[in-house]
Design a binder for this molecule. Sequence first.
Ligand SMILES: Nc1ncnc2c1ncn2[C@@H]1O[C@H](COP(=O)(O)OP(=O)(O)O)[C@@H](O)[C@H]1O
Ligand SMILES: NC(=O)OP(=O)(O)O
Length: 313
Amino acid sequence: MPKKIVVALGGNAIATKDGSAGAQLNSIKQTAEVLAQFVKAGNQLVVTHGNGPQVGNLLLQMTKGQSKGNPPMPLDTVGAMTQGSIGYWLQKSLSEIFEKENIQKTTATIVTQTIVDQNDEAFHAPSKPIGPFYSKAKVIAYQKEHPGYVFAEDAGRGYRRVVASPRPINIKEAPLISLMLENGMVPIAAGGGGIPVIKTADGSLTGVEAVIDKDFSAAKLAENIGADELIILTAVDYAYINYGKSSQKKLGEVTVHETMEYLEQGQFAAGSMLPKIQAANDFVSNTNGQAVITSLKNVSHLITGRSGTVITN
Ligand SMILES: Nc1ncnc2c1ncn2[C@@H]1O[C@H](COP(=O)(O)OP(=O)(O)O)[C@@H](O)[C@H]1O
Ligand SMILES: NC(=O)OP(=O)(O)O
């Protein structure tokens, strides 16, 4: 039965070792072929994506080229810029497939704002990894240059700069995204978790220095638009317990209750699998829908049957 699906794509699934626009576009072209399968199967689809590598890389480029009259942009603006660039690559790739395969769909990227709480504790505890991986020695050198920067170890893969990552409260453009779906479009929205904004006393929205986790924003967007399913696509086919150990065991069909127990045991690494499990649990608990965590290459199995880590109530 056709469903309303929100797919969240990992920023690391888009970024390539070669960070050029051409290389990222090529990688996204292959991703779009996979995403189009959801549409061909008759589903309503919203695509959201990460920007962790891209937002950090763009900031590095700006820092290098800065001058008094040409300062680096704040993180809300850099986030918006990556929504534009990654959205453009996705939109172009999906449109080309729709045209080539005569699929009666259009797609467009929505510059999306995500409302967060200005008192969120996360503003005092940077946790979201952005940009490239560094060695310990490089981190020490970097911190001399930029004393305000905070770095953290990222799931055994090296050190990365970390920034504040408050939880989304609401997706400002959710009603527009619903309208697009009702009119047969494929929205690309809440990229990079959405542009982080707070509500000020007069009710207006102001951008803040943060990068929101796209898994939490995808879950909130899925909730806001009444989606049936949240699908988080990353590098692994399943979430595992005892990950990386000889006793590693994949999680197939699990309940929120079971994942909560694994969570308490510390089975999921902070900054990588942990937010995915938490976001999936939030969506399932708040909506009674279903969440799936799997890899891009496993999507064909997902479309024909059940595959990956499937979380239900
Ligand atoms: N328990 C776990 N099960 C599966 N993967 C895990 C687990 N703990 C940590 N990971 C790591 O989390 C990664 C996914 O997180 P991340 O790379 O941040 O995702 P994204 O695709 O959103 O960029 C996996 O590729 C894996 O290396
Ligand atoms: N914003 C965000 O969550 O990006 P990644 O998925 O790349 O970490």
